[in-house]
Design a protein around this ligand. Sequence first.
Ligand SMILES: Nc1nc2c(ncn2[C@@H]2O[C@H](COP(=O)(O)OP(=O)(O)OP(=O)(O)O)[C@@H](O)[C@H]2O)c(=O)[nH]1
Ligand SMILES: [Mg+2]
Length: 193
Amino acid sequence: MKIKSASFIATAVRPSQYPSPELPEIAFAGRSNVGKSALINQLLNRKKLVKTSATPGRTQCINFFLVNNAFYFVDLPGYGYAKVPANIQKRWGPMVEQYLKRRDSLKSVILILDIRRVPTKEDLQLLSWLHHYNIPAPVVLTKADKLTKNKQYQQTKEIAQELACTTEELVVFSSKSGQGKDLLWRRIKSLLH
Ligand SMILES: Nc1nc2c(ncn2[C@@H]2O[C@H](COP(=O)(O)OP(=O)(O)OP(=O)(O)O)[C@@H](O)[C@H]2O)c(=O)[nH]1
Ligand SMILES: [Mg+2]
């Protein structure tokens, strides 16, 4: 994908703050600190468009980015990090659920997992919830640069088994090296059309 423009548009905690739903939209979800924001930056060839952090729980609102004046990328706050203050954790469910349920322009939620870890209960819950609402949810295994190719393959097999899918359905990715970027863009393009 040729990125002609990418810009931050809005940060939201409630629907009245979302941009008007005139363009197709792809959201990115996953555990806190899994690498959602870094993945969006890598896809858009930008280093700092989306704030990343070594401290989990950095992204606490729903952030909208306009790409090529043609579609939105949405960075969702991460879930499942115990040290995020309780009031913010409590807000996550209703805030994200409201977004996922009501956003007519939402074409897909890309679920991001750490390739080194088996999916958590929360990952599986989110995935089955997305299936239930018929929202296409491709799965990306990120931080692949932290493993050898051989270990990447083993982990992909194991995670596919946990998710009851094939290894071909999973995109092995690295925001550091750009591995998997072309494949993920192909999937995103087909979800946008
Ligand atoms: N080596 C490596 N590090 C990564 C990769 N992706 C993310 N990181 C690092 O992991 C940490 C978390 O990345 P973020 O993109 O901020 O994670 P996030 O999922 O947006 O986190 P929250 O906003 O807190 O939910 C940062 O220190 C990143 O530099 C990757 O593919 N490879
Ligand atoms: Mg983030």
